[in-house]
Design a protein around this ligand. Structure first.
Ligand code: SF4
Length: 332
C-alpha cells in the first residue's frame, strides 16, 4: 500500500486558558489523506477543524499524537526541512479580504512566496510567473496592479489561490474557502480547485461547516464534533447512509434543489447548543443532544469503529465499548 501523503495519528491540541482551564480543541483524532485526493473535514463552528488544519501546517505544536507527511514525522523537522515543508504545504483562507494585505498590489501579494522560496528568480522570470498564475486562476495580468479592495470576493479568493500555488505546493489546507462567497460564485471556486487538483495532482484538506459544500469535492469525509471525529467515510457511503445521529442531522439539513421535495423533506433537528470544549460531557460528547441516548453512552467515549469497509463511526448504536460491531444494530 502506498504511503499516504498526510497521516494524522491521535492528534491532540489542547490550549490552557488564563484561569488554568484546558480547552480540548482537538481531542485524539486520526485520519489519512492519499496523494491527489481530498479529505473533507466537516462540523459546526468551534469543533476543532481549523485547529486541526493549522496543526498539520505546523502553525501549532501538537499537545499529543503525530502528524506524518509522506511518512516523515513533521515534529522532527529541522530548520531546513521545515523551510521546505512551508513550500510543500500551503493554506487558502476563509475570508479572502482579511487574508490579503490591503496595502499591497496583487502582483506583490502573489510574488511574496516567490521571493522567499525562489530567491534566485530574476525579475523577468518572476513577472512571467505572476502573469501565468493569474491566468491559471482565471484572471488577466491587468489585475496585477490593482489592490484587494478593487476586487470582488470571488476574485480575491482567486488571488488567495494564486498566492498558495505560487510556491508549487503538494498539499493545501482549504479552510472554508467558499463560505464567505455568494452562492453563485461558490461553484466557480470549487470547479477551479478541482481543475487545479487534476492538473497539478494536488492533495486537499477541505474544511467546511456545511456538508453540502464538501459533497462535490471530497473523496473521503470526516465529521467532527467537539474535537473528535464521529464518522469517517467515503463520500458516496456517507451521503447514502449516514450512521452517526449528528451526521444524519447535518445531511437532513442540506437543501434539495426541487422546492416541492425540499418542502416535504424530513429534517432532523439537533436539540440544544454545542457544549463548551472546556467541560465536555463524560462518555459520548454528543450525548447531551442525541435523541437516541442510552445509559452506556454516558460511560465512555465510543471508539471510532469500522462498520462497513472504509466506513467508521463512533456510536453505541452500532458497536460496543471494545469496538465489536453488532450483528443487529440498534437503529439503521
Ligand atoms: Fe447518541 Fe449514544 Fe451514539 Fe452518542 S453513542 S451518538 S449518545 S447513541
Amino acid at each position: 500500500m502506498e504511503t499516504p501523503l498526510v497521516e494524522v495519528r491521535n492528534l491532540k491540541q489542547y490550549f490552557r486558558l488564563k484561569r488554568g482551564q484546558i480547552v480540548k480543541a482537538v481531542d485524539g483524532i486520526s485520519f489519512t489523506i492519499e496523494a491527489g485526493k481530498t479529505f473533507g473535514l466537516v462540523g459546526e463552528s468551534g469543533c476543532g477543524k481549523t485547529t486541526c488544519g493549522r496543526s498539520i501546517l505546523k502553525i501549532y505544536e501538537p499537545s499529543g499524537g503525530e502528524i506524518l507527511f509522506r511518512g516523515e514525522n513533521i515534529r522532527g523537522f529541522g530548520r531546513r526541512r521545515q523551510a521546505i515543508y512551508r513550500k510543500e504545504a500551503q493554506m487558502i483562507f476563509q475570508d479572502p479580504y482579511s487574508s490579503l494585505d490591503h496595502r499591497m498590489t496583487i502582483d506583490d501579494i502573489v510574488a511574496e512566496g516567490l521571493h522567499v522560496h525562489f530567491p534566485k528568480m530574476t525579475r523577468k522570470e518572476r513577472r512571467a510567473r505572476i502573469e501565468e498564475l493569474l491566468e491559471v486562476v482565471g484572471l488577466t495580468p491587468e489585475y496585477g496592479s490593482r489592490f484587494p479592495h478593487e476586487l470582488s470576493g470571488g476574485q480575491r479568493q482567486r488571488i488567495g489561490i494564486a498566492r498558495a500555488l505560487a510556491v508549487e505546493p503538494e498539499f493545501i489546507v482549504c479552510d472554508e474557502p467558499i463560505s464567505a462567497l455568494d452562492v453563485s460564485i461558490q461553484a466557480q471556486i470549487v470547479n477551479l480547485l478541482e481543475k487545479l487538483q487534476r492538473e497539478r495532482d494536488l492533495t486537499y484538506l477541505f474544511i467546511s461547516h456545511d456538508l453540502s459544500m464538501v459533497k462535490h469535492i471530497s473523496d473521503t469525509i470526516g465529521v467532527m464534533y467537539l474535537g473528535s471525529l464521529v464518522e469517517v467515510s467515503s463520500n458516496k457511503s456517507l451521503y447514502k447512509r449516514p450512521l452517526h445521529p449528528y451526521s444524519q442531522a447535518l445531511i437532513s439539513a442540506i437543501p434539495i434543489p426541487d422546492p416541492a421535495a425540499n418542502k416535504e423533506a424530513k429534517r432532523i433537528k439537533i436539540e440544544g447548543e454545542i457544549p463548551s470544549p472546556i467541560n465536555t460531557p463524560p462518555g459520548c460528547k454528543f450525548s447531551s443532544r442525541c435523541r437516541y441516548r442510552m445509559d452506556v453512552c454516558e460511560t465512555m467515549q465510543p471508539p471510532l469503529t469500522e462498520i462497513e469497509e472504509g466506513h467508521f463511526v463512533a456510536c453505541y448504536l452500532y458497536h460496543d465499548k471494545e469496538g465489536e460491531v453488532y450483528a443487529d444494530p440498534v437503529v439503521g
